[in-house]
Write a protein that binds this ligand. Structure first.
Ligand code: GDP
Ligand code: IMO
Ligand code: MG
Length: 421
């Protein structure tokens, strides 16, 4: 059986914290897509850790963490992260496994990401510059190198061939930066990577499933950043939705049980692209300040706005969400009035569907107003301690989406999570 935890908005919904919390009920936690563009924050022994490549189950003893074939892997980031995780006493030989089909992010992929973004000027995606787009392009273009290739004696020849190809593209972009230092650390990190557990991911996970083990698939990014269903072209380059679990791990849909969608009680986005409910005013700044909305990977300020039920409803539909976790409810504690987007107005017409060209059509959000709760909720431990105004807010969302919020997160800490269903 496989349950899935994924983001329903534009990323940073708090997936890391939620996966870390639920991991205790599973035997395996597996990442199925994305790469070091992800930044998943969790607190271990009151210390903040941001994971980019390693699944968020890694701090729970006895759990197997798998980096699946759908992920793109930067060996340099991985190595750094392994060192951090090991400093907490985690034995990665026992707990971390990497699928041999996982594609490698090369230094030139990072350079190409940067060059492509620079060339786009004002139309830039706002990529994390981690080389994600170019690596997935080489995967679908059938050029990429995979973790399993490292064990092949011709690896260096293949690397040089691909690097040459990339160099021609970089020359076209007139990209002049010297990346020799990146290459040096890349090759050092490859030696480190070779010593980790490299497995045939699909057989590995099926062995677990056959033995009755419980698998939790951890999404990165968010549904609105999905390559097919997100706000294209302002998206990432992988399938962030539940369908990505099957191709990103090699499991069939019949294994998938719950799809747990994570949403903030409001909404954020980092990088370019449409965001109908964005608040480009003091209210937005308040959300950013109270919610500490700065990118976990790039440190960029996140754009902030009200919850968007049109987009959430779409995400629930595409993913087949069965349960919702609402995070950062405590961030709304200080607001006396809250807005919830229930429809878009496009060319004078109301709709509750996400349009094909969100960036060009510029939907105007239609809001319904709710009273805020104006109380500190971050210390609450059970549903009875939550204010009625919060329950009214949650009930409305439940009804609109037809999917229930099962948990409310009221702080960044591991235990700040209240079961409400
Ligand atoms: P992810 O990418 O979905 O894992 O989310 P990030 O880690 O990028 O961003 C979520 C941020 O919100 C992190 O700094 C978390 O520590 C923090 N966080 C998570 N849940 C809560 C919550 O319920 N309340 C507050 N105040 N912070 C939270
Ligand atoms: P987590 O897993 C928020 C955004 C980037 C950019 C777009 C494309 O922490 O939720 P990319 O580097 O993937 O080519 O960038 O996607 N983006 C994220 N935004 N959270 C993330 O991950 C993101 N990963 C990528 O800001 O707009
Ligand atoms: Mg994040």
């Amino acid at each position: 059986m496989v349950d899935v935890i994924l983001g329903l908005q534009w990323g940073d919904e708090g997936k890391g914290k939620i996966v870390d919390f639920f991991a205790k009920d599973y035997d395996v936690v597996a990442r199925f897509q994305g790469g070091p563009n992800a930044g998943h924050t969790l607190y271990v022994e009151d210390k903040k850790v941001v994971l980019h490549q390693i699944p968020s189950g890694v701090f729970r003893p006895g759990i197997i963490n798998l980096i699946g074939n759908g992920v793109v892997l930067d060996p340099v980031t991985l190595r750094r992260e392994c060192e951090t995780v090991a400093s907490f006493g985690v034995d990665l030989k026992k707990s971390l496994f990497i699928a041999e089909r996982t594609h490698l992010i090369l230094p030139t992929h990072r350079a190409l990401d940067k060059a492509a973004e620079l060339s786009k000027g004002t139309q830039k995606i706002g990529s994390t510059l981690k080389g994600i787009g170019p690596t997935y392009m080489d995967k679908t273009g059938r050029n990429g190198l995979r973790v399993g290739d490292l064990l092949d004696k011709n690896f260096t020849t293949s690397y040089i061939k691909l690097r040459l190809k990339h160099q021609r593209l970089l020359d076209n972009y007139n990209f002049q930066e010297d990346i020799s230092a990146w290459e040096e650390e890349f090759f050092e990190a490859l030696e480190f990577l070779k010593e980790l557990n490299i497995v045939n991911g699909e057989y590995f996970i099926h062995e677990q499933l056959r033995a009755g083990k419980r698998v939790l698939a951890e999404g990165a990014q968010g549904s609105m950043l999905d390559i097919d269903f997100g706000t294209f072209p302002y998206v990432t380059s992988s399938s962030t939705v539940s369908a990505g679990v099957c191709s990103g791990l090699g499991v069939s849909p019949q294994y998938i049980r719950d799809v747990i969608g994570v949403t903030k009680a409001y909404c954020t986005r980092v990088g370019g692209g449409p965001f109908p409910t964005e608040l480009e005013n003091e209210m937005g700044e308040e959300l950013r300040r109270i919610g500490n909305e700065f990118g976990a990977t790039t440190g960029r300020p996140r754009r902030c706005g009200w919850i968007d039920l049109v987009a959430l409803n779409f995400a629930c539909m595409i993913n087949g969400v069965t349960k919702i976790v609402m995070t950062k409810a405590d961030v709304l504690d200080a607001f006396s009035e809250l807005q919830v987007c229930t429809a878009y107005k496009i060319n004078g017409k109301e709709t509750n569907q996400v349009p094909f060209q969100m960036d060009k059509l510029k939907p105007e959000p239609q809001y319904r107003s709710f009273a805020g709760w104006n109380t500190n909720t971050s210390g609450a431990k059970k549903i009875e301690e939550l204010p009625q105004t919060m329950k009214t807010y949650v009930d409305f969302i439940n009804q609109y989406l037809g999917v229930q919020i099962h948990y409310i997160s009221n702080g960044p800490g591991r235990e700040q999570l209240i079961q409400v269903q």
